[in-house]
Every structure is written in C-alpha cells, then in structure tokens.
Ligand binder design. Structure first.
Ligand code: GCB
Length: 560
C-alpha cells in the first residue's frame, strides 16, 4: 500500500488526472527510468481492516491510500469473474492491470465489478485507491460523532459465476400475509428465458417459474411455514435453481406490521427490547468486520435481554445481520443521512438513495431486519422533508414488506411536555425519537416530571437515550462521568419511559464505548464516546444492569 495525502498518484502537478498514475503499478524498465513509487517496497495493510488502527501514523489520517494485490487466477471456461468489495470507506477507484474498472461512493455497502475480460492467468495487479476525506456534500457529511475509519474495511473476494447466473432474488412473505411468499428472481447473462425452480424442501415446496426477456421472473406461492421470531429461530434452506446456475440461502419468514400504536410480529404485539450498536470492534477497537465480532456484540445484547438492535448509523457488515437472523434478534438498519446533509443538492440525494438501494439489496431476505431507517436527527425544513419523503418512497418501492422509520428530534411545548410532531412522522410506520434528558438536557431527575405526547397514532421507539460514564470511575449520582451518574440517569429515564402509552421499543445509546474525534476530554474520554453500557474493554457498567433488570420484567413474548 501507498499513503498518498496529496493524491499525486492520481493527479499531475497541474492537478489534472494523470495518465500514468500509481494504478499502472509500473517498474523502471531501465536504470534511467524515473518512477517515484514502488508497491513492492512500500508497507502493507491487512484487509479487511480500517487503516487507522493498523499504524499509529494513520490513526488520524483522512485521505488517500492505494492498495495493491497481485494474484494469479485461472478462470474456468464459460465462466465470468467479479471482484467484490464488502465496503470501502469512503470513495473507491478500482483498477485491474492498469485499467480502471469502476468507482464507488459510500463507505458501508458492498459493490462489485466484472473483470472477466481483463483478468489474466498470472500476474494480475488489482489496485484500489481509497479516499476517506470528509466532504460537505457527502453522506455522511463533515460532522459526525464516530471515527472516520478509512480503507477496505470489509472482505474483498473474487466471485466466479456461470455465463448466465442467478443475480438476485427477493423471497419473503407478502406484506400482511403469513402464508403467501412473493418476490422475484433475476438472472444476469445472455440466456434470459429459463425455467427457475424455488425449493424449500423442509416445507415441501418446489415451484417453477419462467424468466422473461429481461431475465426476471415474479414468484408467488402459498406455503405452510413455521414463522421466524426471537422465540422461534426458524430458518429454512431455500434453493433457487435456474438451468445454468443455482444458489442456496437460509431464509426466515415472518410478518411485521403496525396497527394503531402497536408493532405486530406475526400478528402479535411486541415490544422492541433493544440497544444501539456502532460497528466498533469489541475489545480491540477499530471497525468490526468478522463473524466473531458480530457474535460478541450480539452476545452482549442478548445478555442485556435484547430482542432488537439498532445498527447505527450506517449499514453494518453482513455477518452481524446474518447472525441476528440465527440468534433471533430483530434489526433496525439505517443509512448515514445524519445531522446536516446538503438537502438541496441533487448529487447528495442520489448518493443517499444509492446507499439505501445497496443496503436493501444486500439484506432484503433477512427475517431479522424489521425496520429500514432513512435518517438520524435531521433539522426541520422543507428541503429536508422532501429529500426524506423521496427516500422513503424509494425504499417502499424496493421493499414493501418492512417498516420505515427515522430517528427524529422532539421539542418542549411547555416545561414538562415533550412533543413529537416532526412532519416526517406522517410518512413513517414507526416513530423513532432520540432524547438525552439527564445528559444534554437537564439532570436525571428532570425525566420524572416529563409527559410525552405525539401528533401521530403510531408506535414510538425511543431510538436513543443515555449518558457517559468511564468504567471504574465512581462518585455520587450527580457527578458527571461516573458509573453512578449513568446508573441514576437510566433509573430516571425508565421511570419516564414506562409512562409513555404509545412506547413500543427502547434502544439506549449505546452497547459499547466507541471512538469519536468529538470526544477529547483527557483521562475520561480520550477520544471515546463513553455512553456505552459496556466499556471498550468489555467491562459492564452499572447502568447495564439497570437496563437488564427492565428487560427482565417483560415476558417471553416480549410484552409486559
Ligand atoms: C446523538 C447521535 C449519536 C451521538 C449521541 C451522543 O444524538 O445520534 O450519533 O453519538 O447523540 O453521544 O451525543
């Protein structure tokens, strides 16, 4: 890899894109040749992995790094080859053997490029320029409260397929139904018209369809299925067999809907006993990317008594969503439309919409995912409302089965009344609301006096609340940063939350401490947001047990 803060491997000295950038992976051909870089004599980085936590010099780095991977690959006849990236934060330019094969914007969703024609049997040079400079017009924008971990943060794979392959499929229960499966299958390749069979052997299902001239087929059938829920972790082996390809997946079936202020899972009211999670690796710090990381984080959530997690503030890696499916934990998944996006900028909207599309594309078959969320704490205004309305209708057009939400703000109508009346609420199925009574807003006992009102007859998930505590730092309940303050804050919060008649879920902020450049206080924060119920070293703070006790008061069905 090459660290390139001035992007001189991309631009020439007149700041014009250079024809002979680092992507050529060149070597001097003679002793007189002038080449000012050499991948073979530069450092290395592990992939997957953010670069910030791999070297002290890169800890605060925001800029460009060039990755190079050399490989041999013997492609079998009549196959196609793709290079797949789980995520690259934030902007990626990808080259194979000196030629550009594509670019991608957005740090948390997968993308791939076909390399069938360019790949050679030996001596391939795959080069990726990853740039994590923050930009005002990007998603997220300049200001966030998490570390801007850069690099190839998730797995990179070569994927070989048949000439015409099963490109994608959507196999879920139809909205409002508990026995009707509907969706679609799409092929990619020249052989458009094929017979497709969807098999669910355990449910005795084998249904055939024919793809049309564009390679797509709608699927629709009824089935007697055991429904997925946190208490019944039923996943079925599903096979999608085309004439030229077949894929297998494990899919759970469940219905999720709202009725008045209730959230219904498989027709029964539930309470989302949740917790927010950042994609911060447990114990070691840095971006989480592995199955083990997912098991640790979700394991802690389970210990807390959770049946729900809010994966904040961007799509997390696929492992955690798949493990949530296996562990019976419902998921809220969101895109980084956070705080102060450029609402009036068309390109910013297109970018947000693309990240939403890619999030839904990856996780649309996961039973665990019950909520797609489009925004977090965005300021009221007309441009913002139309931006978010358009995102919501786009999401609904891609997936009509899940609930739409957003984490909103609220305001006081008098000293003791909290009002939820953000006009966005009209377009949501579930109201999300972040509040920091007792931390940014008064002292903990203030919560006791508050009454909550909503303009909408809809369920509310309190999508954030909490306060900071340094693990092992003790004092009285009014001393900031102590475990006792945080514990006291949670006690008063729960007194207040229990009195909200339309509350159907809680997701305290946050499961574990996470890195943030906004949090410098020496000896306490040291660039960590300390609102974790668990420290960055895995130690449980006192507030963890307050929340755990609250969740224990719910019965197995998740309702008090
Ligand atoms: C919020 C944000 C979250 C922050 C949190 C905090 O409202 O949504 O991203 O980290 O507050 O700790 O201030």
């Amino acid at each position: 890899m090459l660290v390139d803060p001035y992007e001189s491997g991309f631009y020439d000295y007149r700041y014009k894109p250079s024809a002979n950038g680092y992507f050529k992976d060149a070597k001097p051909k003679s002793k007189s040749d002038l080449i000012e870089y050499d991948f073979d004599r530069s450092g290395t980085l592990k992939v997957p992995g953010d670069w910030n936590t791999q070297s002290d010099q890169l800890f605060f780095y925001e800029g460009t790094i060039w990755y190079r991977k050399s490989f041999d690959y013997e492609r079998r006849p009549n196959t196609r080859l793709f290079v797949y990236f789980g995520a690259a934060n934030y902007f990626a330019d990808v080259y194979l053997n000196g030629e550009k094969i594509g670019q991608h914007e957005g740090g948390f969703t997968p993308f791939n490029f076909e390399i069938t024609k360019l790949v050679r049997d030996t001596g391939n040079s795959l080069i990726v320029k990853v740039d994590n400079k923050r930009r005002r017009d990007a998603v997220p924008t300049l200001m966030t409260d998490w570390w801007n971990y850069g690099g190839l943060t998730r797995h990179v794979k070569l994927v070989e397929t048949p000439a015409t392959f099963v490109h994608d499929y959507f196999i879920q229960l139809q909205k409002g139904s508990r026995n009707r499966v509907s969706g679609w299958v799409k092929l990619d390749g020249d052989k458009h018209n094929q017979k497709i069979t969807v098999r669910i052997p355990e449910a005795g299902i084998s249904k055939s369809f024919t793809t049309d001239a564009s390679g797509s087929a709608a699927i629709d059938f009824t089935a007697d299925l055991k429904l997925w829920s946190p208490e019944n972790l039923k996943l079925y082996d599903v096979a999608i067999e085309a004439e030229t390809d077949q894929v297998r997946d494990q899919i759970g079936f469940r219905s999720i809907e709202t009725k008045g202020t209730d959230i219904l899972l498989n027709g029964r009211p539930i309470f989302l006993r949740g917790v927010c999670i950042h994609e911060e690796a447990p114990l070691r710090g840095g971006r989480a990317y592995s199955r083990e990381d997912a098991l640790t984080l979700l394991g802690w959530a389970k210990e807390l008594g959770a049946n729900f997690v809010r994966l904040a503030h961007y799509p997390h890696n696929e492992f955690i969503v798949r493990e949530a499916d296996r562990m019976g934990i419902m998921v809220w998944s969101e895109i980084p439309v956070y705080w102060t996006i450029l609402w009036e900028n068309r390109a910013t909207f297109e970018n947000a919409r693309n990240q939403l599309t890619e999030m839904i594309a990856r996780d649309k078959n996961r039973a665990a995912v019950v909520i797609w969320s489009v925004a977090n704490e965005t300021p009221l205004g007309d441009a913002r409302l139309s931006f978010l309305k358009n995102l919501i209708s786009h999401a609904r057009s891609l997936d009509s089965t899940r609930l739409m939400s957003a984490a909103m703000e609220r305001h006081y109508t008098d000293q003791t009344t909290q009002m939820i009346d953000d006009p966005l609420g009209e377009y949501l199925d579930v109201l999300g609301c972040n509040e920091y009574v007792g931390w940014y807003d008064g002292l903990p006992e203030k919560a006791d006096r508050l009454e909550w009102k909503s303009k909408y007859e809809k369920p509310l998930v309190m999508s954030e609340f909490g306060g900071d505590a340094l693990y092992g730092h003790h004092g009285d309940p009014l001393t900031r940063w102590t475990e006792e303050y945080q514990e006291n804050l949670y006690q008063h919060q729960l007194n207040m939350l229990k009195k909200i008649p339309f509350l159907r879920g809680t997701a305290p902020w946050i499961l574990t401490d996470f890195r943030s450049p906004r949090r410098p206080l020496p000896g306490i924060q040291d660039y960590w947001n300390r609102k974790g119920l668990i420290s960055n070293r895995g130690e449980k703070k006192k507030a963890f047990y307050v929340m755990q006790q609250y969740y224990r008061e719910f019965n197995a069905e998740g309702v008090r």
